[in-house]
Write a protein that binds this ligand. Structure first.
Ligand SMILES: NC(=O)c1ccc[n+]([C@@H]2O[C@H](COP(=O)([O-])OP(=O)(O)OC[C@H]3O[C@@H](n4cnc5c(N)ncnc54)[C@H](OP(=O)(O)O)[C@@H]3O)[C@@H](O)[C@H]2O)c1
Length: 340
């Protein structure tokens, strides 16, 4: 097999394609001949050395793949060898061959191609989990999505549209606003030139947003708290602001932690607001919940409501270019690797 390997923490050039023996599935596992693998922001953070969940280098990242079942491990009844599937992988996906727990391997429905399949698990699962499990977004509510033109942002916007009657604010660079409008954002906000707190307050007659999705972290969580409507809900699900340079910067990290918003229970109570944290990577053992969400997403796919915008597909050998595209915030939607 060939695998995109993070040889050590550092800039994109630390990525290299390495060859090794094909992996052998253990009990309960499936080996997949990968066609496409998703690239996520977490992979970039991991390469820099800022993603605590990731294995130590040399490591192969990759949480999601599409391909065909090659070998079944002991005790696995299916999907049968040769079945076209998508799968969640806990690392190791960005390779020609990947191992996945059978419980997170899903046969592809009619019409789902390998690009759409590999783009589905992380972005859509995260967005669906936040809107429908952690929050209870309903018609008539207002939603503020940060990083709105990214993979999770666009998935959250599509799922909010599927609920119907939700007013959506999306923060992104101005160059991405046309895409946001097309996706269904009512009010795109250019966070580089506009104060999103003032904008959302203005557009809601001073009330604020019912639900805010924020993976920026750092100083934004304090600002998000101030933009919440009564009974509003902030979901913190990442700290992208920590991944600024190409290498780990401890000083910036410490400064970020020190200035990070800390909530006081009395304050939350007094303001009638909720703050939640989400990390789907840490829900691996919650099989019933994760499978239920995956099944809900497959049903929404059937209704035409789950479709990913594919930004680019890179060969594994161009791992550094793919990482740079994410790091430099050029992508609009999903970046995939061609692992065929
Ligand atoms: N907790 C979880 O379970 C979970 C799961 C998946 C993803 N996440 C997190 O969700 C976030 C978004 O992931 P994604 O895959 O949707 O990302 P993505 O597709 O790479 O999109 C990121 C976009 O966000 C915008 N952005 C604004 N401020 C940024 C900043 N400080 N750093 C980087 N980008 C910034 C950029 O567009 P503009 O040009 O508009 O600035 C960028 O293109 C990441 O922090 C990721 O770690 C968390």
């Amino acid at each position: 097999m060939r695998a995109l390997t993070t040889t050590r923490f550092g800039p994109p050039e630390v990525l290299a394609v390495r060859e090794g023996p094909d992996p052998v599935p253990g009990p309960g596992q499936v080996c997949i001949r990968v066609q496409r693998a998703g690239l996520n922001f977490a992979d970039v953070s991991a390469r820099v050395g800022l993603y605590p969940d990731a294995p130590k280098p040399p490591m192969v990242m990759g949480y999601e793949v599409s391909g065909t079942v090659l070998v079944l491990g002991e005790g696995v009844a299916g999907p049968a060898v040769g079945t076209r599937v998508l799968a969640m992988t806990r690392f190791g996906g960005q390779a020609t061959h990947a191992l996945a727990d059978a419980k997170y391997v899903v046969p592809l429905p009619e019409g789902m191609d390998m690009d759409q399949a590999a783009a589905l698990p992380v972005n859509w699962l995260t967005a669906h989990h936040m809107l429908h499990r952690v929050a209870n977004l309903r018609p008539g509510m207002t939603l503020l999505v940060h990083m709105a033109a990214g993979g999770v942002g666009l998935a959250a916007i599509a799922l909010a549209r599927a609920i119907g009657g939700v007013t959506i604010f999306g923060s992104a660079s101005a160059s991405k606003h046309a895409v946001l409008r097309e996706a269904g954002v009512d009010h795109p906000i250019d966070y580089r030139t506009q104060d999103y707190v003032a904008e959302v307050k203005r557009l809601t007659g001073g009330r604020g947003a019912d639900l805010v999705l924020d993976a920026l972290g750092g100083p934004e969580w304090a600002r998000d708290t101030s933009v919440l409507a009564p009974m509003g809900h902030l979901i913190c699900f990442g700290w992208a602001n920590a991944t600024t340079g190409e290498s780990r910067n401890y000083l910036k990290l410490v400064a970020g932690v020190v200035t990070m918003k800390r909530w006081n229970a009395l304050d939350l109570m007094g303001k009638n607001i909720t703050v939640s944290g989400v990390n789907v990577g840490e829900l691996w053992g919650e099989t019933a919940t994760v499978r239920a969400t995956l099944d809900a997403l497959m049903a929404l796919w059937g209704e035409g409501k789950v479709r990913s915008r594919i930004d680019a597909v890179f060969p594994l050998a161009e791992g550094a270019a793919a990482h740079r595209r994410v790091h430099e915030r050029k992508n609009v939607g999903k970046i995939l690797f061609d692992c065929a």
